[in-house]
Design a protein. Structure first.
Length: 146
């Protein structure tokens, strides 16, 4: 791995946060609301939700880039790695730290974790498709750090 590969991974990771924000706001709270709706309902005790299909939807480009990059283009491989690393970070933050679907990291207590949790809580206060806020995951507005 060289510096270009690292930069591709970092750029892709950052791009994925922007892409996830856009997708969350305009797709999940748009024409695919029927898949995302159960995530905004109170019952989070189910092992799987319809919303979990989005993990598969987002995993496909990462897997495709890794496979195609292994065969045709080394840069595409690193793009796939950036997408996959973002997916892993999203899983840890959203599923483990915020929603505690796996009962580890229960006592994390720093400003950044508190801000992420607060932003997500504010997002979930709205049970409707429209008028939501805080659609990002890793980059949260400054107001949530107070």
């Amino acid at each position: 791995m060289n510096m270009i590969s690292i930069l591709i991974i970092v750029f892709t990771f950052i791009f994925m946060e922007i892409f996830a924000w856009f997708t969350h706001k305009y797709v999940m709270h748009g024409f695919l609301w029927n898949l995302h709706l159960d995530h905004h309902q109170v019952d989070h005790d189910k092992v799987l939700q319809k919303n979990d299909y989005f993990f598969l939807i987002f995993a496909i480009p990462g897997i495709a880039c890794i496979i195609l990059g292994s065969t045709f283009s080394n840069d595409l491989f690193w793009v796939g790695m950036g997408i996959t690393l973002y997916g892993f970070a999203y899983f840890v933050v959203h599923e483990i730290i915020i929603h505690q679907r796996i009962k580890i990291f229960r006592k994390l207590n720093n400003r950044y974790i508190k801000a992420i949790k607060l932003a997500h809580h504010v997002h979930h206060k709205n049970k409707n498709k429209e008028e939501g806020e805080s659609f990002g995951m890793l980059f949260v507005a400054r107001k949530f750090f107070k």
